[in-house]
Unconditional design. Structure first.
Length: 219
């Protein structure tokens, strides 16, 4: 039996609240590093906060706090106690509570980043939780990953192919990986990046800024 990826939640009215952007992807793809880079780059320009998801720990939130990318009280940790996709798609209550807590705490936020726990290529966010979603895969997973598809790869508003600098070390063909990504996404945007070469995550940050400027209305 195939998995049910139906979103059973209604998208809330985006007016008068922060834009919410979800960041998902497999374990080790670099989601937390991307969140840290975006926080460093965007904090001088936007009023932002972050929600992280881990199954049993607060490891990702602790990493961000130690890195000093935001004031500690701008980072909320959700311990899902279950498969990560459950908390971002099926039962989004804990994440909604964390987002709303941050909005109450800081008032007029521009942006809340919601980082999923590491999951597989089927992991997508409910539109009841986020307005837009970024899906992160990494070169170390092999150049076959984009052509495997899956809802995360094919339907996310932005696909990030991370760790481009590792391609020569793992034998990944970036031309194949990039062309496959564009083919399966049928016009949806793709960013190829290395946070070693570009610690500011310039292209992803520019995309996020565009979503905030456009007030990212849910589909």
């Amino acid at each position: 039996m195939s998995a049910d990826h139906t979103d059973h939640h209604h998208a809330p009215d985006p007016r008068g609240r922060a834009v919410r952007i979800g960041i998902g992807g497999p374990v080790g793809s670099g989601k937390t590093a991307l969140v840290a880079a975006l926080a460093r780059t965007l904090a001088p320009r936007l009023r932002l906060a972050v929600v992280t998801n881990d199954i049993y720990t607060t490891e990702d939130a602790d990493f961000l706090r130690r890195a000093g990318v935001l004031a500690p009280d701008r980072i909320e940790a959700v311990q899902t106690g279950c498969c990560p996709h459950t908390a971002i798609r099926d039962d989004i209550t804990a994440n909604l509570d964390a987002v709303e807590l941050l909005e109450e705490r800081f008032g007029d936020l521009d942006l809340v980043l919601v980082e999923s726990g590491g999951d597989n290529l089927t992991a997508v966010f409910s539109r009841g939780l986020v307005d837009k979603q970024i899906f992160v895969v990494d070169v170390a997973g092999g150049d076959k990953v984009p052509r495997k598809g899956g809802p995360g790869v094919t339907t996310a508003d932005l696909l990030v192919i991370n760790k481009e600098d590792l391609a020569p070390l793992v034998g990944a063909d970036m031309a194949v990986m990039t062309s496959d990504a564009h083919r399966v996404r049928q016009g949806l945007p793709v960013v190829v990046q290395s946070l070693v070469a570009d610690p500011a995550a310039t292209d992803v940050a520019a995309w996020v800024l565009a979503q905030v400027a456009g007030r990212a209305v849910p589909h």
